[in-house]
Design a protein around this ligand. Sequence first.
Ligand code: NAD
Ligand code: UDP
Length: 334
Amino acid sequence: MKLLLTGGMGYIGSHVAVTMAKSGHEVILFDNLVNSSSDTIKKLNKILDKDVYFYKGDLNNPNDIKSIFEKFKIDAVFHFAGYKSVKESVINPIEYYSNNMIGTINLINEMYKKNVKLLVFSSSATVYGDPKYLPIDEKHPTIPKNPYGRIKLQIEDMLDDIYSSDNNWRIACLRYFNPVGSHDSGLIGDNPTGLANNLMPIITKVASKKLKKLSVFGNDYPTVDGTGVRDYIHVMDLAEGHKMSFNYLLKNKGCFKFNLGTGKGYSVLDLLKSFIKMNHCDVPYDFTFRREGDVSECYADPNKAFEFLGWRSLRGLDEMSESAWKFLHHNEKD
Ligand code: NAD
Ligand code: UDP
């Protein structure tokens, strides 16, 4: 089938492109490159040993979306495009609402016009807000604490309304926990254009001496070692989750919500130790104040995804650490 991947040049989109192309689908990438590089296409071509189609376009320009739907007879859409920094969304909510909300509405308008009614949407565990209980299942209250999370939830609500108005839609909202790591080739990975905010990209930058040290935000949380606990999930497991969701939607109509996480929580120090052990490198760190808005622990109950999709994560923390470092090395050589 012909699959449109908005934001397909980004971190998660490029890995899903590999998984879906390897499953025999034609992937068409749509991206304005605001947070990715045009080099990714060469790397994807190399991994897949064929040319992948890339269209440089912006979801905020309805003509760009129109032209991609006119050029190809798209069967389904994987929607990754959007800004992803919680911090920036607090500082500049208008930009986030414009890009993430309006961009999504423009996309769905075009899908509706072309009668394309299968959508896999990148949601996020941020829709839950502070955990009321752990592990977090899909019935957990959704009380997001920042514009980024509120927009994800508003999009999910909009998608529910769209399905209610027309039961022919097939929609999966995938609530990712903490994606890390990279494809085995080390060619593609998490490569933010600006400053890195997330833990793993910062660890790799410290290990490669691009940053002096890691500041661990708080060592007085009520957790196993005092540092924050998260559900880190290998990006290739996440990509498999997209494939299984897509296969599920081919057989089922509805608007579904699925957690994509491992169900296991690891602390900042767990991740750090795994990274040092696997990659034999030095990562200087110190403890600083808690980061505003951070919760002490957050991890998924991934059972719904297993029950409905037959999906569960397979890769452990060490594989995540090893592949994240491999990607950084590859990039330095390029
Ligand atoms: P990313 O920034 O690497 O990829 C997003 C891509 O979208 C980028 O290539 C960017 O250039 C593109 N883009 C942004 N605005 C666009 C627009 N208006 N038109 C066209 N392209 C546009 O991010 P990612 O980590 O791959 O995340 C993908 C999706 O998953 C996002 O929606 C993000 O909110 C969501 N998500 C990510 C994480 C995470 O930790 N990475 C966690 C939960 C949810
Ligand atoms: N973290 C940290 N130092 C950093 C970045 C993150 O100690 O420079 C911690 C953060 O407090 C959290 C964990 O690492 O406990 C994961 O943070 P990240 O931003 O990657 O994910 P999120 O908090 O959004 O789940």
